[in-house]
Design a protein around this ligand. Structure first.
Ligand code: NAD
Length: 360
């Protein structure tokens, strides 16, 4: 089995590639443009495997995609390549439209061309797995706005799309394109919509690594608004395992929601990181004294929460890590991998605030 992984040098993509090489006998072709978010250092542990190949290609480049499909003849495509940070999509939506919409369209067309030329037995095996986000559903009612006895709704696979940010709107568009290619051309596709991931090798513009690195550097820990926004956190290695399961065992035409059953307010997440650091890297003052509140993100979604019963019932997958165990592993990883962090921070990004508005 040959799996073409797009975006395999990113946070989740690299976890998928490491998972496939370490836990299966499949081969991986990692196709990645290497934007600011792509980092081959995240793949050093498996780069020497004879089952791993890297191709530096932009998913908007149809000719290069055609060459890769012809050269490697993959059985499965796992499509993760994307612009992925909401704050960056507020500052500059153009790249999100290009990569997430036009790039997905370009990849779908090349995958369709490749699939249409396969022999019947290979055609039956082939799958195009589109990796998406729960943010396409918009946000859910927050407990602060509900009566105590009112049940809190969750996102199911039937929840209507209602994206709020340029990022989630571009991902929603790409999901619709994938559905259209399945319905119109019978391309065997599966879509997964997942909640917020955290774990090792996470680019430090995102909340959890940003807080860990700022805390260790003695800098302030900025919290957007009141910090009461709720996310459903999933450890990235659990997500990688779920994704490989869906890519290999999922039913074509289906969508699966993936979540961690870990609804936490952002402020709770930050406080928990501070407590872990107080325990394993104590200093004279508490890390929580570095917390400051800053202006909220424009259009900030208040709550995401996933009903992951379909993937549990149909594919027998559920997360292994609790938020407590996963967060401790993550903090330890950042403490033990200073070189990876220094390398990432030697680029353009220096832990500054993003997402304050379009730069005209
Ligand atoms: P990431 O930003 O860490 O990585 C994205 C990768 O895609 C990078 O390696 C980058 O170089 C590559 N890439 C970007 N543009 C490209 C292009 N035009 N051609 C080829 N490669 C390109 O993202 P991530 O957090 O690993 O997310 C991966 C996927 O999972 C995305 O599609 C995202 O929408 C989805 N997702 C992420 C989360 C999360 O919490 N991070 C949750 C649910 C779903």
């Amino acid at each position: 089995m040959k799996i073409l992984v797009t975006g395999g040098a990113g946070f989740i993509g690299s976890a998928v590639v490491r998972h496939i090489i370490n836990n299966t006998s499949y081969s991986v072709i990692n196709l990645d443009k290497l934007t600011y978010a792509g980092n081959l250092k995240s793949l050093e542990s498996i780069a020497d495997s004879g089952r791993y190949t890297f191709e530096q290609v932009d998913i908007c480049d149809a000719l290069e995609l055609k060459r890769v499909f012809e050269q490697y003849k993959p059985n499965i495509v796992m499509h993760l390549a994307a612009e992925s940070h909401v704050d960056r999509s507020i500052d500059g939506p153009g790249e999100f439209i290009k990569t997430n919409i036009v790039g997905t369209y370009t990849l779908l067309e090349q995958a369709r061309h490749h699939w249409s030329q396969l022999e019947a037995d290979e055609k039956a095996l082939f799958k195009f797995h589109h990796i998406s986000t729960d943010e396409v559903y918009g946000d859910l009612p927050h407990p602060d706005e509900q009566q105590a006895d009112e049940p809190l709704p969750l996102f199911t696979e039937e929840t209507a799309y209602n994206p709020s940010s340029p990022y989630s709107a571009s991902k929603a568009s790409s999901d619709h394109l994938v559905r259209a290619w399945a319905r119109t051309y019978n391309l065997p596709t599966v879509i997964t919509n997942c909640s917020n991931n955290y774990g090792p090798y996470h680019f430090p513009e995102k909340l959890i690594p940003l807080v860990i690195l700022n805390a260790l550097a003695g800098k302030s820990l900025p919290i957007y608004g009141k910090g009461n926004q709720i996310r459903d956190w999933l450890y990235v290695e659990d997500h990688a395992e779920a994704l490989v399961k869906v890519a290999t065992e999922g039913v074509a035409g289906q969508t699966y929601n993936i979540g961690g059953h870990n609804e936490k307010q952002n402020i709770e997440v930050v406080q928990q990181i501070c407590l872990i650091l107080d325990e394993i890297k104590p200093k004279p003052t508490k890390y929580s004294e570095q917390i400051i509140f800053v202006e909220d993100r424009p259009g900030h979604d208040m709550r995401y929460a996933i009903d992951a019963s379909k993937i549990k019932n149909e594919l027998d997958w559920q997360p292994k890590e609790t938020f407590e165990s996963g967060l401790k592993k993550t903090v330890l990883w950042y403490l033990e991998n200073e070189q990876w962090c220094n390398n990432v921070l030697s680029g353009e990004y220096k832990l500054e605030r993003l997402g304050v508005g379009v730069k005209d």
